[in-house]
Design a protein. Structure first.
Length: 154
């Protein structure tokens, strides 16, 4: 099962600032600042396809998107900056799994919803797609279209 977390609002982390600096040099972007965190180790896989659809749609809507594919990064632990606890963030979830049973995705959905409630974040939407095992299986579903539509809710 693979999961993508999307958080919309400014963050104070160093990597976000550095990534935003690169984007600003390419031209100013208006809209919200959106952070996309993926965990999939398969570049070009089903999760990446949905995230790409979301990111493309969000950027077309004028949002500034910073993407972190954490499976390919060295990430340290929490620095206790407490930014997570500031209210007013919007959050969304994109997840897919190999199993056909959509209840399998509850293992990702329920903790995410609880985390949003704890942090007083607004959960604006979810895209949960079961039954996608092989590369490009996502193309047989409406998962990418749902991910692109999710960008309009941010």
């Amino acid at each position: 099962m693979l999961c993508v977390l999307i958080i919309a609002q400014a963050f104070s982390y160093d990597y976000v600032r550095k990534a935003r600096g690169r984007q600003k040099r390419r031209g100013a972007i208006k809209g919200k600042k959106v952070v996309v965190i993926t965990g999939s180790p398969r570049k070009g896989g089903n999760s990446f396809a949905m995230v790409d659809a979301f990111v493309d749609a969000a950027e077309k809507l004028g949002h500034e998107v910073t993407r972190f594919d954490v499976a390919f990064m060295k990430i340290g632990g929490c620095h206790a900056c407490e930014t997570c606890y500031s209210a007013g963030k919007e959050c969304a979830l994109i997840a897919c799994c190999e199993e056909e049973d959509p209840m399998v995705l509850d293992g990702v959905r329920v903790p995410m919803e609880r985390n949003c409630a704890l942090n007083k974040w607004d959960m604006v939407g979810e895209v949960l797609v079961p039954g996608v095992l092989n590369k490009d299986d996502i193309e047989k579903t409406d998962g990418c279209a749902q991910a692109a539509a999710l960008a309009e809710k941010i």
